[in-house]
Design a protein around this ligand. Structure first.
Ligand code: ADP
Length: 259
C-alpha cells in the first residue's frame, strides 16, 4: 500500500493527514513557538498511531506559513493550492472555499475543474480572522470553543471597530455598560461575517461553498456567513485539516504520476 502525508504548519495549529488513496486520518496539535518541532511532532504522531515508519511513506508534502523547513518535506505547495485540492476532493461540485485561520482569511473561487479561478486574501490585519476571536474571547474570559453556543439565540449588539485592538476596548466598554457577553459575541461574529461577505462579494459565487479552517467550527458564524453571502456553506469533517488533506492528496497524485 502507498502512503502520503500532508502537513500544514499554521500560525496557531499544525495539522497532519495520512492518506492512502482511499481513507485519510488526521492529527491536530498546537504549533507553539517552533514550527519545525510542531511539524516533526505531528508526523511522528501520525506514524505512531498507525503503526508505520517514515520509510513506508512515499512522500511528505508541506504547506502553511511554516512550510519552509529545511529537509522536512519532499515537496511543498501553497496553502491555496492545498485547500483547493482538499475542497474539491471532499465536494467536487464546490464553487469555492472560505478558509478562516488564526492569522489570515482567504476566499477562493474554484473552476469546475477544481482549479483556482480567483481569490481574495486578508493577511494584513487580524479583523475577520481567528485572532480577532481569540483576542476578544480572552477579554471576556472565554475560550473560542464556547463562543458559538453563547451566541446562539442572542440579539447582536453592533460592534463598530474592525481592528482587533480597538474591538478589544469596545468589548470592555460594552461589558461595562452591562451588555451581556452573548449579545457581544453575536455582534463580533456578525462583524466577521460582514467582513468575509465583502470579500466573497467580489467573487460572484453561485453554488455551494466549503467553509474550512479552525474558525469554521463555529456553527453560528456558518449561519451568519451563509446569509451574508447568499450561498449554502458546507463545513467538512475536521475543517481545520483541509489544507493538510489537500497536501496529502497532491503528494499521492505525484506518487501515481511517477508510477
Ligand atoms: P492556522 O492555520 O493559522 O494555524 P487554524 O485554521 O488552525 O489556523 O485556525 C485557528 C483558529 O481557529 C484560532 O485562531 C481560533 O480562533 C479558531 N478555533 C480553534 N478552535 C475553535 C473552536 N472549537 N471553535 C471555533 N473556533 C476555533
Amino acid at each position: 500500500m502507498k502512503w502520503s502525508i500532508g502537513i500544514d504548519i499554521g500560525s496557531v495549529s499544525t495539522k497532519g493527514v495520512l492518506y492512502n488513496g482511499q481513507v485519510w486520518h488526521s492529527e491536530v496539535i498546537s504549533t507553539g513557538w517552533s514550527p519545525s518541532q510542531a511539524g516533526k511532532e505531528v508526523l511522528e504522531r501520525l506514524l505512531l498511531t498507525h503503526g508505520l515508519t517514515r520509510d513506508q511513506i512515499q512522500i511528505v508534502v508541506g504547506t502553511g506559513y511554516g512550510r519552509i523547513q529545511e529537509g522536512m518535506f519532499d515537496k511543498t505547495f501553497s496553502e491555496i493550492t492545498c485547500h483547493a485540492r482538499g475542497s474539491s476532493y471532499l465536494l467536487p461540485e464546490a464553487c469555492g472555499f472560505i478558509d478562516i485561520g488564526g492569522q489570515d482569511s482567504k476566499v477562493v473561487a474554484l473552476a469546475k475543474t477544481g482549479k483556482v479561478r480567483d481569490f481574495v486574501l486578508n493577511d494584513k490585519c487580524a479583523a475577520g480572522t481567528g485572532r480577532f476571536l481569540q483576542v476578544t474571547a480572552q477579554t471576556m474570559g472565554l475560550e473560542v470553543s464556547q463562543l458559538s453556543d453563547l451566541a446562539r439565540e442572542a440579539n447582536s449588539v453592533a460592534i463598530n471597530s474592525m481592528c482587533a485592538v480597538f474591538a478589544e476596548s469596545e468589548v470592555i466598554g460594552l461589558l461595562a455598560q452591562g451588555i451581556s457577553k452573548s449579545c457581544i459575541i453575536a455582534g463580533l461574529l456578525q462583524s466577521i461575517a460582514k467582513r468575509i461577505g465583502v470579500m466573497a462579494g467580489k467573487l460572484n459565487f453561485q453554488g455551494c461553498i466549503i467553509f474550512c479552517g479552525g474558525v469554521a467550527q463555529n456553527q453560528v458564524l456558518k449561519g451568519l456567513l451563509s446569509k451574508e453571502i447568499g450561498c449554502k456553506l458546507f463545513v467538512p469533517p475536521k475543517p481545520q485539516s483541509i489544507g493538510a488533506l489537500g497536501a496529502a492528496i497532491l503528494g499521492y497524485d505525484l506518487i501515481k504520476e511517477e508510477e
